[in-house]
Design a protein around this ligand. Structure first.
Ligand code: SF4
Length: 201
């Protein structure tokens, strides 16, 4: 067994014809942290140790922490900010979700990525919504909106590209706080209102 590639799924232990030959031992894969943000909501985050492959298991563990916290604090909703792509951590993020919100940009590469992610969403049978980020960077490209319409995926909103968004990230502040006058802000607030009204309520 290779320590750097073993995901700890125990399939080898189940299929091995000699019972008890393969056993799993607990090892450290990373850290999970719990905090309360200055905005008043709890946040669970995790960091995988360098070289460890168990990203999906770490996300699953994070979600278990979050579920316990929801019960303790009597909270109604859990928002999981998934990694991009279709890897283990994305599958773990989507598992058990009530709704999936896909975020894509109007480019052929982003369309291809979101189509693959949508297949994972379909596997779980979850309703999907789409947010178009950097909506104005490629005006001639209509493929993303056409695909969403063909699949019947409602578009929650379109966020224009604005340089202050990456700048606010480098300041470790939400854009709505760092640059309240930014034009992207209006779209973000409208999307938040739509999510509240159409999905959460
Ligand atoms: S536990 Fe799973 S990932 Fe690890 S060696 Fe066995 S089958 Fe492979």
């Amino acid at each position: 067994m290779n320590e750097l590639t073993c995901e700890g799924c125990n399939v080898c232990g189940l299929v091995c014809p000699v019972a008890g030959t393969i056993t799993l031992e607990e090892v450290r894969s990373g850290v999970i942290r719990k905090a309360t943000t200055k905005y008043g909501f709890p946040l669970i985050s995790a960091q995988l140790d360098v070289g460890r492959p168990e990203s999906g298991k770490l996300v699953t563990e994070e979600k278990e922490w979050a579920s316990k916290l929801m019960k303790e604090l009597n909270l109604e909703h859990m928002i999981v900010d998934s990694a991009a792509g279709i890897g283990c951590q994305v599958i773990a993020s989507l598992g058990g979700a009530d709704v999936a919100i896909l975020i894509a940009e109007p480019t052929p590469a982003s369309l291809s990525d979101v189509q693959r992610a949508y297949k994972v969403v379909q596997h779980f049978g979850e309703p999907a919504y789409l947010i178009i980020n950097k909506a104005d960077i490629n005006p001639g490209f209509t493929g993303l909106e056409e695909w969403a319409e063909k699949e019947g995926i409602p578009i929650l909103g379109r966020i224009p590209y604005y340089r202050v968004v990456p700048k606010s990230m480098s300041m470790l502040k939400p854009v709505v706080e760092a640059f309240p006058e930014a034009k992207a802000l209006k779209a973000i607030v409208e999307i938040a209102e739509t999510i509240k009204k159409e999905i959460l309520e």
